[in-house]
Design a protein around this ligand. Sequence first.
Ligand code: DC
Length: 238
Amino acid sequence: MEKKIIIAIDGHSSCGKSTMAKQLAKQIGYVYVDTGAMYRAVTLYAMRNGMFPDEGIREGELEKAVKNGDIQISFKFNPNTGRPDTYLNNEKVEDEIRQMAVSNRVSRIAALPFVRALLTEQQQAMGKEKGIVMDGRDIGTAVFPQAELKIFVTASAKVRAQRRYDELMNKAKSEEEKAKLNFEEILKNVEERDYLDSHRESSPLRQAEDAVVLDNSEMTIEEQNVWLMGKFQEKLNK
Ligand code: DC
């Protein structure tokens, strides 16, 4: 039988992890899972249910919802975009979870141990058959410490903020939406998330000892893809 492996792609926010993971998965015929989308979907659920009063979070209520199974997250492949869309309780929320209101709150949700426990379990189930490319923050350290190929991606905060700014500009549906985008605010969000993601107690973002580092600040997507395919072939031939 054809050898299949698990590929874990971790790293800072907005360094193009999902673009590279998605492209790699397509090229090698693997399943792609964006775990950030899962944390974003839980955040959206909490927002919609009034669980963010003032600056706090109604942790008890959220934990109850998690335990009751009230938050079901799934993915469905979208042939138009060539990538999976995220669903929250059977409603497509792919666009909504990418908005700044969610980005500004998701790190706090991702720091909650009961949220991490739930999503980690679901992610491990998705990788049971191998043949998967999963991107996130703790895939190589907590979800699949046994992954055959681990990549730790990074780029400077300014480069990442610029990429996110360009992405949001491209997605903006009106001039008004475009005018609202502020580079400094996005940079601040990137820096704050770096800090929160790396300093939380529960599975913080860190490089696995056996991960290979990819700094893509100065790389094109094409160069990056060639680099990734090289690493993948190396592991397959082992
Ligand atoms: O990759 P992203 O920006 O969509 O991730 C959203 C947030 O979710 C980010 O602040 C970190 C968190 N996250 C996490 O804690 N663990 C993961 N495996 C994936 C994302």
